[in-house]
Design a protein around this ligand. Sequence first.
Ligand SMILES: *[C@@H]1O[C@H](CO)[C@@H](O)[C@H](O)[C@H]1NC(C)=O
Ligand SMILES: *[C@@H]1O[C@H](CO)[C@@H](O)[C@H](O)[C@H]1NC(C)=O
Ligand SMILES: *[C@@H]1O[C@H](CO)[C@@H](O)[C@H](O)[C@H]1NC(C)=O
Ligand SMILES: *[C@@H]1O[C@H](CO)[C@@H](O)[C@H](O)[C@H]1NC(C)=O
Ligand SMILES: *[C@@H]1O[C@H](CO)[C@@H](O)[C@H](O)[C@H]1NC(C)=O
Ligand SMILES: *[C@@H]1O[C@H](CO)[C@@H](O)[C@H](O)[C@H]1NC(C)=O
Ligand SMILES: [Mn+2]
Length: 614
Amino acid sequence: MRVHTPRTMRTNGFRKSFVLGVSVFVLLVYLFLNEYYHGGRGRFADVLGNVAPLWMRNRTMADAVDSEGGKNDVNTTAPTASATSYTFVYTTIGLDPQYPEPPGDLGTEVKIDTNDTEVSAMIQDGLINQGLNQYASDLMSVRRRLKDVRDPWCREPGRYPTDLPATSVVIIFYNEAWSVLVRTVHSILDRSPANLVREIVLVDDFSNLPHLKTQLEEYFASIPKVRIMRAPKRLGLIRARMFGGKSTKTDIITYLDAHVEVTVGWLEALIAPVAKNSTTITIPTIDWIDENNMKHRIEHAPTYVGAYDWDLNFGWWGRWSMKKKYENKMEPFDTPAMAGGLFTISRSFFERLGWYDEGFDIYGIENIELSMKSWMCGGKMVTVPCSRVAHIQKMGHPYLAKESKDVVRSNSIRLAEVWMDEYKGIIFDIYGIPHYLEEEFGSVATRKAVREAANCRPFQYYLENAFPEMHNPLVPGAFRGEMHNVALGNASCLTYRVEGNFLGMAPCDGLQKTQYWTHNYYQELNNYKNCIDAVSERVEVYGCHRSRGNQAWEYMVNTQQIRSVKRDTCLTLESRTNVTVTLVPCDASKPEQKWSVNFIELDVSMLIEAQKKT
Ligand SMILES: *[C@@H]1O[C@H](CO)[C@@H](O)[C@H](O)[C@H]1NC(C)=O
Ligand SMILES: *[C@@H]1O[C@H](CO)[C@@H](O)[C@H](O)[C@H]1NC(C)=O
Ligand SMILES: *[C@@H]1O[C@H](CO)[C@@H](O)[C@H](O)[C@H]1NC(C)=O
Ligand SMILES: *[C@@H]1O[C@H](CO)[C@@H](O)[C@H](O)[C@H]1NC(C)=O
Ligand SMILES: *[C@@H]1O[C@H](CO)[C@@H](O)[C@H](O)[C@H]1NC(C)=O
Ligand SMILES: *[C@@H]1O[C@H](CO)[C@@H](O)[C@H](O)[C@H]1NC(C)=O
Ligand SMILES: [Mn+2]
């Protein structure tokens, strides 16, 4: 993929008309606020999705954003000049008590009369289209205040060096709701030291919602720090992140999702470890904005750490389950994996790591790739407890909604081939394939060259040092390859042909296609994502689902039998045909129940030891 030069949105003519636009806008805001706050409820949602907050009524937006802290109506609670040289324009901008409290202020939930059926319908629309309660978001100020939720240790004077470098903040959006996106940007402007934010780059990944076009440009034109880039076609989240990141000029890049609200101190805490060592990638503590009511929920995130299972699907594990213990729980702590959207990285390190694999599609797995290679190529990844960023966890994956291709599969297999050495077989086993299939997943030659050039360590180093808590991937009797029945000998292979839906014995052909089986982490008997399924006393073949049940098998190493975990019967060659297989009660004396296979040999000792200790 070629990266196109960013199209800048501010021409002179545009600027002139914009000055006019801003004036009109300020006037409208004034009139509107008068109307709303004195004239009753209900009008604003259709007038202006972006509710301009009360405290802006006498100032232009740019004034508000660039204002010096500590004066007039700005209340600063953060460390003052004695601790750092930053200017803080922080959470607690005072509200005028004569007006009602804006909905959701200080992270409270937005209360809505759901007896109103029209409102309920609008809420449903938002949940379906945006994966969040957009109606509630639209009710809130785009500059809603959030509390400083950091531990007191984080706020101590002198906690961070005074000479931290600035960062570019890169945000990818695709059909994001107006209030959600604009609030993300305002939260950064309002709650970051101004001198640490060089620019905020909004990358439009080919959205088609109209409010993200001219309206967005007009809205931010008065804030020079905000730069809007448009992808020339749909790039997908991964390539859009590279598109935006490569356009920045700072050495430090901070990525955020387009549906977050940062809180006081988030940025200093993220930048400091990267400034100290450019091979460190930092991740904030990701609090939860409840997608149903926009409530800022802070109780869980500090107890979690990013991790994943062998499906490479990111998840949150309890911090207590990790081997490494920390005396001071507020210090940045080692982390095996990132969720993906929120992190700070040195641009030079990102370059050395080859950014992301450009062969990755859309979304997914790139977070695991970056996690692995950060550790393997001379650096590390840490979670920063003092950096608190609130994130809307959307229902479903609106970003993926229209994609039918199994992107996670091809991305996972590319990742495994390049980064996982002999452990890649574990991933291939999950997809039931014998080796990397270049004709299907494309070349990875350039990715292997990246790994070579960056002089990265083996995957085993990552397991030992970053992720010893990883589960043991080998089930008892884990195998891959041909399945021979002892009654027939090694020239006859268990075969599955999609055409005719045939499962049975056939002469071995050595092609590793219809006769290739894996007994994998999910206890499946898997041939290219087709799994043997214990329907009843019969066996049939269905798409693999990883949920065990009918598709879970136990290879009994001593007797060579294969038992259905669900039915407690054994996979047996039917001697009346010598072709078909069935399920009958297990009987270790029957050769028709014995299967000779090739067991997997792999060093997983570091994982097993870690399990014992926890
Ligand atoms: C700010 O706006 C209020 C009305 O909302 C007005 O009474 C006041 O005089 C204004 N102050 C300034 C400095 O313009
Ligand atoms: C700032 O906020 C704090 C806590 O909300 C409050 O105690 C203090 O009085 C405020 N200061 C000013 C100058 O408004
Ligand atoms: C919603 O309707 C119920 C039953 O009609 C009523 O008890 C409740 O007070 C109503 N809620 C609001 C917020 O009007
Ligand atoms: C940076 O961190 C890496 C490990 O994460 C370490 O090996 C290296 O020595 C550090 N560099 C400096 C200059 O501290
Ligand atoms: C079949 O192959 C297995 C190894 O897969 C071997 O142990 C066994 O002796 C072979 N049996 C015959 C009959 O050759
Ligand atoms: C099945 O194979 C076994 C072993 O080769 C043989 O003894 C038996 O006669 C065969 N049965 C049929 C029905 O072909
Ligand atoms: Mn997100």
